[in-house]
Design a protein around this ligand. Structure first.
Ligand SMILES: Cc1cc2nc3c(=O)[nH]c(=O)nc-3n(C[C@H](O)[C@H](O)[C@H](O)COP(=O)(O)OP(=O)(O)OC[C@H]3O[C@@H](n4cnc5c(N)ncnc54)[C@H](O)[C@@H]3O)c2cc1C
Length: 358
């Protein structure tokens, strides 16, 4: 690892661990293009450079890219399938469509999980991997300390994401096997403040990748590419439709998504004019889609935000004061398959066993 330049980015609670990416870049160089390149991948964790903890978010996420390009090969079976098989082998059970409605406790210790269908699973240990703000209504009144409840209420969220899934008749697609981030300027923070829905602008940043589609959706002879374009958006911009649920949204929500999808396609076509003709929108999703599918109350893409401004004191820990209740998942350490999987594995090593798996 290179030695980091000394500078104001090392100041504050947590010192160098929680100094900001922006502070580090400012101490490193005056070159705007270089700063833009070095912070270009921040949509992968949804935190603007000024608030992004340098080591415990930016360097950790970037390290896996620097170590080498790799991705999960799920052609021979999904990752989730491997976990289910391991759980079954250990005598576990998977319950799908089983929403946890309450985590019951008595005398300061967990004692059961109650499901929405009324089933009650007794347990001395529970590992909760949903968004931690759910604990505010899942746990018994008084089970969590008032200070912890307040912290949960105040924790900031990562950005939201608007996604467009695209069928692309483009066998030589340059997005295959790589991520491409398209920016409309050198400011890699602008996307987090862009009122996309209200103003119908083109997204300032788009993270794109693709893989060959086995479905061949583009026609008999041309192998189609399944591409995904993701734009950071502000979850609060989707609040006007917040009362609606997936599959039952009003027409103006569909119109807003259509408009953003068209803006997204226009940006892709401008980037790859030679292959602009063969793109077709297959599906779109918004922060409300994520909210309804993952039960993340805010609809943020990567859960709670680790904030350089708040420092180490603002971080959620895997252990709680409620005996037997453990937290895991992207809000606790970092977003991404590697981080969330690694962390659950470690908790397993602590002999914490989940009572119910989601
Ligand atoms: C659009 C997008 C693209 C991404 N791309 C990548 C990528 O290419 N590579 C990468 O490494 N990471 C990627 N990520 C990040 C990665 O998907 C997440 O960090 C990771 O899935 C988080 O895992 P998790 O287990 O913490 O949360 P989740 O994946 O949200 O899993 C939590 C589960 O718990 C369930 N749940 C929640 N509450 C309850 C409840 N009360 N009762 C029952 N079940 C409940 C939810 O339904 C959900 O199934 C992407 C994220 C997004 C949004």
């Amino acid at each position: 690892m290179c030695e980091a330049p000394a500078g104001p980015w090392t100041a504050g609670d947590g010192g160098c661990l929680f100094g900001s990416l922006q502070g580090y870049l400012d101490a490193l160089t005056d070159s705007l293009p270089l700063k833009a390149v070095l912070s270009a991948a921040n949509p992968l964790y949804g935190i603007a450079p000024a608030d992004c903890p340098l080591y415990v978010v930016h360097f950790l996420v970037m390290d896996s890219f620097v170590q080498g390009a790799w991705r999960l090969d799920e052609d021979r079976g999904p990752l989730a399938g491997a976990f289910v098989a391991a759980l079954w082998a250990a005598g576990g059970e998977v319950r799908c469509r089983a929403r946890v409605a309450a985590i019951e406790s008595a005398n300061g210790a967990v004692r059961a999980v109650r499901l929405a269908d009324g089933d009650r699973l007794e347990a001395k240990r529970v590992v909760f991997t949903g968004h931690p703000k759910q604990l505010l209504f899942l746990c018994d009144e008084g089970a969590l300390r008032p200070a912890f409840r307040q912290r949960l209420l105040e924790q900031p969220e990562t950005a939201g994401i608007f996604g467009v899934a695209i069928a692309w008749a483009h066998p030589e697609c340059s997005l295959l096997r790589r991520n491409v981030v398209i920016y409309s300027g050198l400011d890699s923070a602008r996307q987090y403040h862009q009122p996309l829905v209200r103003q119908g602008e083109a997204p300032h940043a788009l993270v794109c990748n693709a893989q060959r589609s086995s479905a061949g959706t583009a026609g008999a002879d041309v192998p189609a590419v399944a591409a995904l374009a993701l734009a950071p958006v502000r979850p609060e911009d989707w609040a006007p439709w917040g009362e609606s649920r997936t599959g039952q949204r009003p027409a103006d929500y569909a119109a807003a998504k259509r408009q953003l999808a068209e803006q997204t396609l226009a940006a892709l076509r401008a980037t790859w004019p030679g292959a602009a003709g063969g793109m077709r929108v297959v599906e779109t999703f918004s922060p409300l889609t994520l909210r309804d599918h993952t039960l993340n109350p805010a609809g943020s893409a990567y859960g709670l935000r680790k904030s350089a401004a708040v420092g180490q004191g603002g971080r959620m820990l895997a252990t709680t004061r409620l005996k037997g209740l453990f937290l895991a998942g992207q809000s606790i350490i970092l977003p991404g398959v590697v981080c969330t999987v690694d962390q659950r594995h470690r908790r397993g090593g602590d002999s914490a066993r989940p009572a119910a798996s989601h």
